[in-house]
Design a protein around this ligand. Sequence first.
Ligand code: KG4
Ligand code: ZN
Length: 341
Amino acid sequence: MKVLGVETSCDETGIAIYDSERGLLADQLYSQVGMHAEYGGVVPELASRDHIRRTLPMIAGVLDDAGLERGDIDGIAFTAGPGLVGALLVGASVARSLALAWGVPAIGVHHMEGHLLAPMLGDNPPTYPFIALLVSGGHTLLVNAHAHARYEILGESRDDAAGEAFDKAAKMLGLGYPGGPAIARLAEQGSAGRFRFPRPMVNRPGLDFSFSGLKTYTLNCVQDLGELNKQDRADVALAFQDAVVDTLSIKCRRALRETGSSQLVVAGGVSANISLRTRLQDMVAKERAQLFVPALSLCTDNGAMIAYAGWQRLAAGEQSGLELTVRPRWPIDELSPPPTV
Ligand code: KG4
Ligand code: ZN
């Protein structure tokens, strides 16, 4: 079965074709970061307008890359939420209309389920049940994935998402948008040990996160330093990144121990962070567990994960109706498995 995936939930247009027999056949990504950079963050209306411009040419592009005709496509998956409502509606309208015109089923996919399933596209996928740390610009979730589409939220952020905290800290340091990669690059030049930032909520029981205190601490530190030179900025970036990475790792270790699981998946934009990957790798080795991380290109938003997550549901006989329903807010534990699972 060949499924076209359409991702337009935020500031990336991701289009891909997944074939259940041959794997990923084509994967195109257009990032709008250049356009939003001058505003210091995503401007929703500009994002929607740009998705309108990109989706159809990119769909033609992936068909071309894969050497396929539109008649070869067996189903279309689109991101139905969570995300920016206008941006979601563009992908949903295009995907739903094409599915109608081509006479194939369409399926609305949960963006975070896409992230969670992304490691399944790799060579050595995890098996259910497993624990997943989902860290993106909008979400920080610890999930117990009992089976396909049976997700139990173990913990989540009470305020800012991890990616959002990176983006805000980057702004304080005068770095561009998106902040995560910029902080990570700058942190490479930081000297360890100059600052030690607090690890929020690690001394309290439970698996929830909170990053707003760390954000305030970072702001105070930057203000106390006054005029920042390059080294100051690198040292702050490193201390900030260390605090986030440490906090995430401590909570993942706790989740593994509390559930008795030996498999940890990390996915979402922040999982592209090398320091986080290394720290989690060290932690799981000590816990005699295994870490599953998607390839870098599958960590941040992409169409491949949507095509794959959609295929799982289409193959089980699920499909979305003709109405255009998107859900800007959509808790992952409200998902239900396809009818035949
Ligand atoms: O999953 P994603 O691409 O989009 C959303 O669904 O939100 O995640 C984007 C987030 C941004 O906040 C970005 O700063 C962060 O992921 N990010 C990173 C890195 N690359 C992207 N954060 C830390 N280190 C990185 N290397
Ligand atoms: Zn995402």
